[in-house]
Design a protein around this ligand. Structure first.
Ligand SMILES: Cc1ncc(C[n+]2csc(CCOP(=O)(O)OP(=O)(O)O)c2C)c(N)n1
Ligand SMILES: [Mg+2]
Length: 592
């Protein structure tokens, strides 16, 4: 099928250009404001060119994994920008792989420019010589090895298009060092045309979907990251139907947490009670921009009705985990407004359902909060912490989480209020995301507050990117949930083995890290320090300096997520192994 979405016309150059100049030219045509990475002998020409750019700022990081996470956050939190990475081949690329993998499985566009070994010498065993494209095959949407000067701009544009079209993802363009350094003949350069999603909608499927929704007795709505740009329309659909709305973890900012029909993350037994209860007996589910992955389904433990309407840009998501009655392939920004328009044409009388759903959600949310508030000791209560944080932040503040128990506490207890204001490493689920990703988010959203919630284990992985934040003047408040453990795993070990192996951390002095990097430092060790500590950290961030906040968090109450997932997973074990696991845990309880 011809793709004429990005028609490029040609600009005549008719002269010699260096490859590095061509890379800079190509990047400047794209929605790229920053590049992230580390120079080496294979890309210093590109860095030198970028130093001359009026529109792109090259940012030095401490590790290429951080660069890729920063770039990922640029794509997630900006309006249409793509995060870009400039790295050396082999060692730089493999370091960046954590972020490339996250972007790949989370469906986030990412443009990686890698230097390449020289192609004009007869020698072998060169520095950083590796077939990068072999290792990229399973973790990127595509990769290019540029062979000549005239190929550079078309390759970067094609890579960009692939990254943003359909199911977005990471792409890599390798430019050998000799092509960067030396000049080559280029007759013409393609001019870049911005991307817009394909506008075709399958009207018949939309009509079928509307029919199902109209006749449903208990409809529900489930939104993923793919629905993040249609918040107004999904609110409209939810209100017309009087339907509860759950989101995925990645899609937490696809529906406002303070909307009366918002329930929570997922709707299985691993979801908060408001969501689990509101979706009980759901007879028609409208799912938009989600692939029913492991986290939001509570390890595939949710009940999905036969009348599933599945809207997604990736047809591979259809009928994979849950069979759908109606599937609509395409961009939610095109399909969801159409769904709303057609639904609004129908005579609907759902006021009674709307009232009772709202009442139940409110009651369940209040009860769940009370449960958390009652669970108090001398440490910092997570519900009190998140309530105070919410109170002190603007509605459009961006919360960046990492992966761990803190992620699910945030998902259950923090109210997300605007689109693209909650980001998390989800399907690749890579620890170490938060510290660097928050930097990327802040650099492209200088006017918004950016806050990180990070576990102490994840902090250890990429915490030295704080130096990058200090250098860049990125005012971010990082709340480090310091429990001394890799809790999300330690809790599972406790429940399953009655023993924690390799999940207790060495003691880390966060004030020492603050001193070493030039970040501000705040400590919140008990509930009475929550409000003052958050205020102090946000003030440091407002002044353009990152702040590390040691939070003496209480992890003694388990999230609904952890409890629910453990139950669901165990239930699926073969019966003999289930008993073996139970016997082992009981025996250890008795014998220590
Ligand atoms: C790169 C990577 N390694 C290991 C894991 C497995 N893992 C998931 S959560 C977790 C614990 C995280 O600990 P911490 O950052 O302290 O957060 P907490 O659970 O204590 O809030 C681990 C080890 C992972 N997701 N990613
Ligand atoms: Mg921890």
């Amino acid at each position: 099928m011809a793709d004429n979405r990005n028609v490029e016309t040609t600009i005549r150059v008719g002269g010699k250009r260096s490859g590095a100049w061509l890379v800079r030219y190509a990047l400047e045509q794209l929605p790229v404001s920053h590049t992230f990475g580390i120079p080496g002998v294979h890309n210093t020409e590109i860095y030198d060119e970028l130093s001359e750019s009026a529109s792109i700022r090259p940012v030095l990081v401490t590790h290429e994994g951080g660069a890729a996470f920063m770039a990922d956050a640029v794509s997630r939190t900006s309006e249409g920008e793509i995060g870009a990475v400039v790295i050396v081949p082999a060692a730089g690329l493999t370091n960046a792989m954590s972020g490339i993998g996250e972007a790949y499985l989370d469906g986030i566009p990412l443009l990686v420019i890698s230097g390449g070994t020289r192609t004009d010498t007869e020698f072998g065993f060169k520095l950083h010589e590796l077939d990068q494209h072999k290792i990229l095959a399973g973790i990127s949407k595509g990769s290019w090895l540029v062979k000549a000067h005239r190929d550079i701009v078309p390759a970067v544009f094609a890579a960009y298009r692939l990254a943003v079209n359909d199911m977005p993802g990471p792409v890599v363009v390798e430019v050998p060092a000799n092509i960067q350094m030396f000049q080559g003949e280029v007759e013409a350069l393609p001019a870049f045309e911005p991307h817009s999603p394909a506008a075709a909608v399958d009207e018949t499927s939309v009509d079928q979907a509307v029919d199902l929704l109209v006749k449903a007795v208990k409809p529900g709505i489930f939104l993923g990251w793919g629905a993040v740009d249609v918040v107004r329309e999904t609110e409209g659909i939810a209100e017309l139907l009087g339907a509860p709305v759950a989101t995925t973890l990645q899609g937490m900012s696809a529906f406002a947490g303070n909307h009366p029909l918002h329930t929570g993350m997922g709707f299985s037994r691993a979801a908060v009670p408001a969501a689990e209860n509101a979706f009980k007996g759901c007879d028609c589910l409208l799912a938009v921009g989600t692939r029913f992955g492991e986290i939001p389904t509570g390890s595939f433990g949710c009940t999905v009705p036969e009348d599933l309407i599945h809207v997604d840009v990736d047809p591979a998501a259809f009928n994979r985990n849950f069979p759908a009655k109606v599937t609509i392939a395409g961009d939610a920004r095109i399909i969801v407004p159409k769904l709303l328009e057609k639904l609004a044409e129908r005579p609907l009388r759902n006021e009674e359902r709307h009232r009772s759903v709202v009442k139940q959600i409110l009651r369940d949310k209040n009860l769940y909060r009370e449960e958390w508030y009652k669970h108090r000791n001398d440490k910092v209560n997570p519900a009190m912490f998140f309530d105070e944080l919410r109170k002190q932040l603007a509605d459009d503040a961006i919360l960046v989480v990492d992966d761990g128990n803190h992620t699910f506490l945030a998902a259950e207890l923090y109210e997300v209020r605007s689109k693209r204001s909650f980001i998390s490493p989800t399907d690749f689920n890579c620890m170490g995301y938060c510290i660097p990703a928050a930097i990327g988010a802040k650099l492209v959203n200088p006017g918004r507050q950016v806050v990180g919630i990070v576990g102490d284990g994840a902090f250890l992985m990429t915490g030295l990117e704080l130096l990058t934040a200090v250098t860049e003047g990125a005012g971010i408040a990082y709340f480090v949930f310091s429990d001394g453990e890799l809790s999300q795993i330690a809790q599972g070990q406790e429940m399953t083995y009655n023993r924690k192996t390799c999940t207790v951390l060495g003691r880390l002095r966060l004030d020492g890290v603050a001193l070493a990097t030039g970040a501000g430092y705040v400590s919140i060790d008990c509930n009475s320090r929550i409000a003052g500590g958050i205020r102090a950290a946000l003030a440091i961030a407002d002044a353009g300096q990152p702040a590390i906040v040691h939070v003496n968090i209480d992890y003694s109450k388990r999230t609904r997520f952890t409890q629910g997932v453990v139950k669901t997973v165990r239930k699926r074990f073969p019966i003999g192994d289930r008993f073996r696991f139970i016997r082992r845990a009981l025996l250890r309880k008795a014998t220590g």
